[in-house]
Design a protein around this ligand. Structure first.
Ligand code: NIG
Ligand code: FE
Length: 428
């Protein structure tokens, strides 16, 4: 494990070969047409857990004097490396027990992925103690952090009864404020004993006692709107009940085939609709047309799923060319995508989904922030949360150019260095 340390308040990072700010107005950014706000030969000042100043290193003495009025507490030299904002992984299912490697192996031998595999993880999750679930969750959060993920959404959905869903969101809330109630993941098997008689009865439970128990721990409600899971009518019931309980809306849809889930998500003002693998022209137009005054429905693409299920990848180019806002996320879960690696998502987005490197890096940072309706993360503009990833590479392009290579050199979260070696401390 990398060394962990907690420096003093103001940290100046010098020697940044390529700084991606996602804040095009930053001093020295290459041009207004670049939404990723790249600054070359840059410096970055972190203070009080926030970005205090970003710009060309040649202007940093004056910048630091202006915003800090004193020497920084420490100076870190990164020797020409690239820096990007911490990744915002807006879609994971990390409260679970067990693994489904046998299912993966069978799939690679020709079996199809179905929503039914979720029930295997439900059985293992229900049987696990709180401590075992907590340990597994924290292990995966640490694994993600080591790969540069500084903001992470976590869903429930492997409990599927009131007690185990409540436990799932409660444990998730211990590691992140971005908690999603996904009681409507699939209908549990009747052999579980406590399962309702049919799908509609299960939706009654999800929108009734289960929602009441889970809403206090959650920020979002989600539903798997897909053949084998929930119909559009059932999904509408779940989402409107969640919204009435004060939760924001997000949807799993159009993963395994075409359907009405994307349009339902847009109609209900969802922050994000996730998967979007099988889209009609109307779906694409609805996503693009959903944006008004900086708010709309993000299309969150999850290429780890296509990688692990051998489905065709979604066409990000088609969405971007239509004017939709695209995020990429890991969907880390033991069934359809057992990876927490946002660098891998960037590589897949570029290689398999038609995105440029700039678009993919934006989608993995600012895009994820849009999908969570957050403006404090996903960028390194002044005032942003000081979540910073230093890559062991001269440019962000290496995230796609060197797939599978551990390129994360150091990470700051909230202004604290949480991954990597300590830098030099400023003399005096
Ligand atoms: O996002 N699509 C639904 N849920 C998960 C899969 C969960 C599982 O297979 O365990 C997903 O891919
Ligand atoms: Fe998912």
């Amino acid at each position: 494990m990398p060394e962990v340390e907690h420096p003093g308040d103001a940290t100046l990072i010098l020697g940044i070969g390529e700084l991606t700010t996602n804040a095009p107005g930053t001093d020295g950014a290459v041009g207004p047409d670049d939404p990723t706000g790249v600054v070359r030969d840059a410096a970055l000042l972190l203070d009080g857990g926030r970005v205090a100043w970003a710009g060309p290193e040649s202007a940093c003495a004056a910048g630091v004097e202006r915003v800090l009025g004193r020497a920084p507490d420490r100076v870190v030299e990164v020797d020409g490396r690239a820096v990007v904002p911490g990744f915002v992984d807006s879609h994971t299912h990390l409260v679970f027990a067990g693994d489904r490697s046998a299912e993966f192996e069978a799939r690679m031998a020709g079996r199809l992925y179905t929503a039914g595999g979720i029930r295997t993880t439900v059985a293992a999750t229900r049987a696990a103690s709180d401590d075992a679930l907590r340990a597994n969750l924290r292990r995966h959060v640490a694994e993600a952090l080591a790969q540069g993920t500084t903001t992470l959404e976590v869903k429930s959905g492997y409990g599927l009864n009131v007690a185990d869903e409540e436990r799932s969101v409660r444990l998730a809330r211990e590691v992140t404020e971005e908690v999603t109630f996904l009681g409507a993941h699939v209908v549990p098997t009747r052999s579980a004993g406590d399962a309702p008689a049919d799908r509609d009865a299960y939706v009654d439970l999800v929108t009734g006692d289960m929602l009441a128990a889970c809403a206090p721990h959650a920020r979002w409600v989600d539903v798997f709107c897909e053949i084998g899971a929930f119909t559009p009518e059932q999904a509408r019931r779940v989402l409107t009940a969640g919204a009435a309980a004060g939760l924001g809306v997000r949807v799993h849809a159009n993963q395994l085939g075409p359907g009405q889930g994307v349009r339902l998500a847009v109609e209900l003002g969802a922050a994000s609709v996730d998967h979007c693998t099988y889209l009609s022209d109307d779906d694409v137009a609805a996503l693009a047309g959903s944006w008004r005054d900086g708010e709309g429905t993000v299309a969150t693409l999850l290429p780890g799923v296509e990688f692990s299920t051998r489905h065709p990848y979604p066409d990000a180019r088609r969405l971007l060319d239509a004017g939709a806002v695209v995020a990429i996320a890991s969907d880390c879960n033991p069934g359809s995508s057992y990876t927490s690696s946002m660098p891998l998502m960037v590589a897949l987005a570029v290689r398999e989904m038609g995105m440029t490197v700039a678009e993919a890096v934006w989608a993995a940072t600012a895009g994820g922030a849009r999908a969570l309706r957050r403006d404090d993360v996903g960028h390194l503009g002044r005032g942003a949360r000081a979540d910073v990833v230093v890559l062991d590479a001269p440019s962000r392009t290496h995230l796609a150019y060197r797939p599978g290579v551990p390129l994360v050199h150091a990470v700051w979260r909230d202004g604290h260095q949480v991954v990597g070696r300590s830098g030099r401390t400023a003399p005096g």
